[in-house]
Design a protein around this ligand. Structure first.
Ligand SMILES: NC(=O)c1ccc[n+]([C@@H]2O[C@H](COP(=O)([O-])OP(=O)(O)OC[C@H]3O[C@@H](n4cnc5c(N)ncnc54)[C@H](O)[C@@H]3O)[C@@H](O)[C@H]2O)c1
Length: 337
């Protein structure tokens, strides 16, 4: 039985590089090939990470016999073609969030993934993060009681806006918290309302609030994403989550950080949760998620943590929030399967 998975990386940008760092720290992963529409970038990543093959097309990387799985880390609205091509070539697929940016594209991917029988998962890495995972364990054990309210903040430095302003913040960033709320509540979303302000964003509001109702008598959720933190503040991840249950309250915040550096250049609170590095090796939930993907491929099974239908529901809620923000009206969600 094979003990490692040969991976072909499609999309070697900022987060593609994080995936490569993560794979370096995963014993059962071997990155065999890389493809990016920017060939110079692909060549540079191959050099930096000792990847034996640089491909010049999607067809080439997806048809390599030595590649078992394709990892798709392309921009949000460019997920469909690489996933379909990989599945059509019999490869297992890991796809970065969001599943897609339209309902039709989500349905196309889900249908192809189901028909393929291959391992397919969409990266919602917070399900592998210790603190968020402990909240889920507490809920499952009944220690928090019934969820009454959830409140999430996920704010980022404004220097990231030129890159991520390409996608609406509900789909780009709040989708992480929407996914967590769906995972925790395990109930249909019935109505949403989105609010936005555009003071700096090139294409979309960079300041976004979303209100989510899980039924008339179910939990209420609020998600906040604002891309305006000054980089100089030294707080790259200003994230928080609070859950009020009928029996207890869970409160999580990444800042104030238990570790901070007071440097000559200013304050700096490093990432200790998502993609931290120790001894030049990736730790944290991105690494753990990629290890889980490799385990599922090796065991020829689907994930019991990441379910494509959950990823689809998260996109549905994010798109409804975006629609509401743009129209200024509530949006009802029906046919929640
Ligand atoms: N889970 C997380 O915390 C997290 C964080 C950042 C990004 N992401 C997700 O990762 C994905 C990639 O984001 P990024 O930050 O790396 O963006 P990026 O713009 O830095 O990189 C995207 C790369 O894909 C390449 N590319 C574009 N179209 C392509 C195609 N059809 N085939 C091959 N390569 C193509 C680009 O040349 C670029 O190198 C997005 O879906 C994003 O939302 C997730």
């Amino acid at each position: 039985m094979p003990t490692s998975v040969n991976i072909g990386l499609v999309g070697a940008g900022l987060f593609g590089e994080s995936h490569l760092q993560a794979y370096r720290a995963v014993r059962q992963a071997n990155v065999a090939a890389v493809y990016d529409v920017d060939m110079d970038r692909a060549r540079q990543r191959a050099k930096d990470f000792n990847i034996p093959r640089v491909c010049s097309s999607l067809d080439e990387i997806c048809s390599l016999p030595e590649v078992d799985a394709i990892d798709v880390v392309t921009p949000e609205d460019d997920h469909v073609q690489p996933v379909l091509k990989a599945l059509a070539n019999g490869k297992h697929v890991f796809l970065e969030k969001p599943l897609a940016t339209s309902i039709a594209d989500c349905q196309t991917i889900i249908k192809a993934a189901k028909a393929s029988g291959r391992t397919f998962m969409v990266g919602h890495l917070l399900r592998f993060e210790t603190k968020y995972g402990i909240i889920q364990d507490e809920l499952q054990a009944g220690k928090l009681g019934d969820i009454v309210s959830m409140h999430a903040r996920r704010n980022r430095p404004k220097t990231l806006l030129p890159r991520y302003g390409r996608t609406h913040p509900a789909i780009e960033n709040s989708i992480h918290d929407i996914d967590l709320m769906l995972w925790y509540a395990q109930r249909p979303v019935t109505r949403v309302r989105g609010y936005g302000r555009q003071t700096a964003g090139p294409k979309h509001a960079e300041t976004f609030w979303g209100v989510i109702e899980f039924g008339n008598d179910g939990p209420l959720g609020i998600v906040e994403t604002i891309w305006l933190t000054p980089l100089e503040a030294g707080v790259p991840l200003d994230d928080a989550f609070s859950l009020v249950g009928s029996k207890a309250v869970a409160r999580l915040q990444l800042h104030p950080s238990p570790l901070a550096f007071f440097r000559e250049t200013g304050y700096e609170a490093p990432d200790l949760s998502y993609d931290p590095r120790v001894r030049n090796s990736a730790m944290g939930c991105l690494r753990d998620q990629m290890a889980h993907f490799c385990d599922c491929v090796l065991e020829n099974r689907q994930s019991d943590v990441l379910n494509p239908m959950d990823a689809f529901r998260a996109v549905r809620v994010a798109l409804a929030l975006m629609e509401s923000q743009l129209s200024g009206k509530d949006v009802q969600l029906t046919d929640w399967e």
